[in-house]
Write a protein that binds this ligand. Structure first.
Ligand code: DQA
Length: 144
């Protein structure tokens, strides 16, 4: 059975109340529960983790090697700044889907740059919480 890690970065613990006009009103717990439910329907084991700390996200990516078949990563603002996360992804050689709730390309210019994109198999953005199901499908399709 494939197993996916759904990894969320800084400030995503505040989903539901954080800028609902941008990120919607669904909470992270709701998203995580839905990922597990959807994974069960698709025959995938899903684990979820959120951290506000860059090093913890690096550690989680390292620990995923040998445990998970792939990672769905919403790195939040670290997307636009973190060479450490990019290097971690390159180091573990696991397929990673980059995910954002908002369409980062339609927002401020600093959000147009992603350090993750070049080492991800693809990017899903702009579909709100529904993007997580899209990412599960995309990762499953990639592994088949
Ligand atoms: C985000 C987009 C990032 O630019 C932002 O810093 C976030 C959330 C998104 O899901 O749309 O924290 O990754």
């Amino acid at each position: 059975m494939p197993s996916f890690l759904v990894l969320n970065g800084p400030n995503l613990n505040l989903l539901g109340t954080r800028q609902p006009d941008v990120y919607g009103t669904t909470t992270l717990s709701d998203i995580e529960a839905d990922c597990v439910t959807y994974g069960t329907e698709k025959g995938i084991s899903i684990s979820c983790l959120q951290s506000n700390h860059e090093g913890e996200l690096v550690d989680a990516i390292h620990a995923a090697k040998g445990t998970f078949s792939g990672i769905i990563l919403n790195a939040g603002a670290y997307t636009h700044t973190s060479i450490a996360l990019r290097d971690a992804i390159s180091s573990v050689e696991l397929p990673v889907i980059e995910l954002h709730l908002s369409n980062i390309h339609a927002r401020e210019e600093f959000r147009h740059i992603s350090y993750i994109a070049a080492v991800a198999i693809g990017q899903i953005c702009g579909f709100g919480a529904a993007g997580y199901r899209l990412a599960i499908d995309a990762l499953l399709g990639h592994l088949k």
